[in-house]
Design a protein around this ligand. Sequence first.
Ligand code: NAD
Ligand code: LMR
Length: 419
Amino acid sequence: MFLCLYKMAATSAATFSIGSTISLGTKVSQLPQSKPLSVRFNSQNTLATFSGLKAATFVKCESGSSFLGKESGAALQGAAAPKAQKSSQRSQHNLNPQASYKVAILGAAGGIGQPLALLVKMSPLISALHIYDIANVKGVAADLSHCNTPSQVLGFTGTSELPNSLKGVDVVVIPAGVPRKPGMTRDDLFSINANIVKTLVEAVADNCPDAFIHIISNPVNSTLPIAAEVLKQKGVYDPKKLFGVTTLDVVRANTFVAQKKNLKLIDVDVPVVGGHAGKTILPLLSKTRPPVSFNDEEVQELTVRIQNAGTEVVEAKEGAGSATLSMAYAAARFVESSLRALDGDADVYECSFVQSDLTELPFFASRVKLGRKGVEAFISSDLQGLTEYEQKALEALKPELKASIEKGIAFAQKQPVTT
Ligand code: NAD
Ligand code: LMR
């Protein structure tokens, strides 16, 4: 994805290698896969879009490796491998990138915010990166701004600068808030993070109501409903553009399944549905692509590991916070997918916690198709033909998820928005 850009940015006619970060034009009729990173070619074999390149008018690409090296570049690739193999037969391509979007990160000086800002800074699809925090953001902005990638970085500190950080923005990412310590649940963060998310989303409603909004702050099962309620109260709620970020669950599921079954990481795609806390995180292992069979023990072990992966990191960090680097990676993937959708890529699928009618719950994480206007379709087939284990787990998660959703809605309704 952004890997190529790093090299490209050194010179406007750099020769750099894409390896498996290239995929040939994809057909919407193909089975949807989370396909976070790709390059598309038009009929003249020039690049129509490239999810990693924007500024240079023409850049020559040579397949074979990324700046991280062949294998590590491939490892970051996600589910586009089969197409990548085809494309690697082409040795050189002219890139003619066109897109130009503005992204804001709120909470950008934090553990997630900083590496996320770096990854987003590497995207060629972005012309401006606005980073906002209540403190310490100017230094981060100065630091990032020295990277010779296309986007301009602007730092904004404190509530007086919040409105300007949001003006004209296409995608707003919100990782602001406190993280867990060992022994805490995500819901234990509610009392602090609910207010933070409410205040920030009010500002989003006032300054960039048409933006895609990505909520990372926990507990996502409640903060997403809070955000929805705030936007409703402000009269600007578009359910298609509000997303709870659950990409990290998919990233983890893909990693753990690939390790367990000794598969090539880039081939594996596991949909994860439900919500983002404990047993509300439900990986649908029976829907893994490529198709893989698991025995009962493997299903139990993998499901529990994916559900507890956040806690695994919290405990390993021994009080110093929760997942930041893998979360930044996952959030950057979701930003990239959103930008590709905004840019007209008709083949973008991601799991996300969104307003949904797939179940009786008002919000539910599932795979969705993204388009210029946000969620274009729900991939309902993921919920059909579940195994008995998955069906039981789906029913079992609903009461907890429902309670978390209702808690968020009740909070927002008790504290009307400021006008
Ligand atoms: P952190 O403490 O390192 O950073 C949080 C940042 O938010 C800080 O820089 C802080 O100054 C800033 N902040 C606090 N209040 C703010 C406000 N009102 N406006 C703007 N910025 C504000 O925490 P982190 O590790 O980056 O985690 C952030 C949040 O993300 C936590 O709630 C954590 O639980 C959550 N998280 C979610 C996922 C997920 O999958 N959705 C994964 C990991 C972490
Ligand atoms: C995660 O899944 O890593 C995050 O939700 C952070 C946490 O508290 O576990």
